[in-house]
Design a protein around this ligand. Structure first.
Ligand code: AMP
Length: 288
């Protein structure tokens, strides 16, 4: 039966006892409303560690839009059942105050206490969600402190987040960050907690995102390497489905810049963010 810790302090004690008993800890950070994508991260972690710990915390620090935070789906009991079902040993949560005891001012974490997320936070999500990656880096750093995992598992679905977390772990010297493939529906739509918020029309349109990514990869496979031409095909694939496109870019993951890349690409990943009504969806596909 899964152990549930309702405060970071309880979670810290549980993890410390496991580590002292010589057991390795794998960690998956989530915001709950768990789906098969999250569970795949947990399964991978279970295969590589003695114990797996999952945090479920809708982190206010990483929401630049209060309505998005308010609307975010939450069901901790259902999450616990799903985690128990795959054999996860511990799930924990907490409040912002409990994660940052004595550090909040007026219920918020002062800006100077937020971590610098580094250069991978430039552009794309960093541009459209100002402050998002500082919030991500700050909570992930704290979650790593609470759990002290040997390995932490993140989904490639949040591509830029993977870059930010990898850099954070490198700066801290721990844990090992394991990046896991995006889990999709048969339609190609990437699983996301936000999919539950789509209405029927938006839901029917959403697989077009993966369609546009695949069309871009098909063009790459014919030998096209120009960032603008690849991005134009990506953008065209997103048109006519009722999305408001925030970005549709093709980038070299090793040359991350604030600006939209131009010219010849040696290696590439295509990245998309759209608004489907009030729901924000992101996805990406490696081309090379
Ligand atoms: P979230 O609850 O959205 O913060 O996601 C928690 C973790 O699950 C992050 O590392 C995500 O990248 C990962 N994740 C979310 N959706 C998927 C998916 N469809 N496939 C693989 N990993 C995912």
């Amino acid at each position: 039966m899964i152990v549930r810790c309702d405060t970071p302090a309880e979670a810290r004690a549980w993890c410390a006892a496991e580590r002292e008993a010589g057991r390795s800890l794998g960690f998956v950070a989530t915001m709950g409303a768990l789906h098969a994508g999250h569970l795949e991260l947990v399964r991978t972690a279970l295969a590589q560690n003695d114990r797996v710990v999952v945090s479920v915390f809708v982190n206010p620090l990483q929401f630049n839009n209060p309505a998005d935070l308010e609307r975010y789906p939450r069901d901790a009991d259902a999450d616990a059942r799903l985690l128990d079902g795959v054999g996860c040993q511990m799930m924990f949560t907490g409040t912002l105050e409990e994660f940052f005891p004595g550090e909040l001012e007026g219920g918020a974490l002062p800006k100077e206490r937020l971590l610098d997320p580094g250069p991978a936070a430039l552009g794309l999500e960093g541009e459209f969600r100002p402050g998002h990656f500082a919030g991500v880096a700050t909570i992930v750093d704290r979650l790593f402190d609470v759990v002290g995992p040997e390995r932490a598992y993140f989904g490639r679905k949040d591509y830029q987040q993977c870059l930010v977390v990898r850099d954070l772990a490198r700066r801290r010297g721990n844990p090992e960050v394991v990046l896991c493939p995006t889990v999709r529906e048969d339609s190609g739509l990437a699983l996301s907690s936000r999919n539950a918020l789509l209405d029927a029309t938006q839901r029917a349109a959403a697989p077009a995102i993966h369609g546009a990514l695949r069309a871009t990869r098909a063009l790459w496979q014919t030998g096209e390497r120009d960032a603008d031409i690849l991005a134009a095909v990506l953008t065209r694939g997103l048109a006519g489905h009722g999305f408001v496109v925030e970005y549709a870019e093709v980038r070299d993951p090793e040359c991350w810049t604030a600006e939209r890349p131009a010219g010849h690409l040696e290696q590439a990943v295509a990245l998309v963010a759209v608004q489907a009504g009030a729901v924000r969806l992101i996805d990406n596909l490696p081309l090379s």
